[in-house]
Design a protein around this ligand. Structure first.
Ligand SMILES: CC(C)(COP(=O)(O)OP(=O)(O)OC[C@H]1O[C@@H](n2cnc3c(N)ncnc32)[C@H](O)[C@@H]1OP(=O)(O)O)[C@@H](O)C(=O)NCCC(=O)NCCS
Length: 137
């Protein structure tokens, strides 16, 4: 039975921060702050999977008016390989499609074998023509 996925609520913020602390991608550099999670919740861009009263997985599925963007996919180590990430991505696709998205980008670390395996398993392919250019503000 797949774990239910829903939009995050303000009360979920401590659980999401605990998840990101326990299971964030090793290449993530931006500090996780409660106000950032709260803003994502206001925008309807943060999905969570709740299991046994705790946040077991989360995904940012954001719509910028042109493209869907997925970031910060994480599942608690003890809850992995049970389809939680797949359920989060499926729910993200549904939400983004409803907002008008026709194409979705996912930020994936090349060196992270579990991350690349997951995104390949849910139908994504690495774009060899475009690279992510980035700077801090
Ligand atoms: C990557 C991550 C989100 C996967 O979560 P998960 O809930 O275990 O993934 P799922 O159970 O939904 O896996 C779906 C499919 O993805 C692939 N997959 C997922 N994890 C894998 C792994 N460690 N090794 C190989 N394939 C994997 C498999 O094809 C899997 O299907 P299967 O179990 O039937 O073989 C989780 O390992 C994680 O949080 N890692 C740390 C943070 C991170 O790297 N996030 C990704 C940022 S882009």
């Amino acid at each position: 039975m797949p774990v239910p996925v829903r939009l995050a609520r303000p009360a979920d913020v401590p659980g999401v921060l605990a998840l990101w602390n326990a299971a964030r991608s090793p290449v993530a550099v931006t500090e996780d702050r409660a106000e950032d999670a709260e803003r994502l919740i206001d925008l309807g861009a943060l999905l969570v999977a709740e299991e046994d009263g705790r946040i077991a997985g989360a995904l940012v599925a954001a719509w910028d008016g042109w493209r869907g963007n997925m970031y910060r996919l994480a599942v608690l180590p003890e809850a992995r390989r049970r389809g939680i990430a797949r359920a989060l991505v499926d729910a993200g696709h549904e939400a983004l499609r409803a907002k008008g998205a026709r194409r979705v980008s996912a930020l994936v670390a090349d060196e992270e074998a579990e991350a690349t395996a997951l995104w390949a398993a849910v139908g994504y392919a690495r774009d060899g023509q475009l690279a992510r250019w980035v700077r801090n503000l």
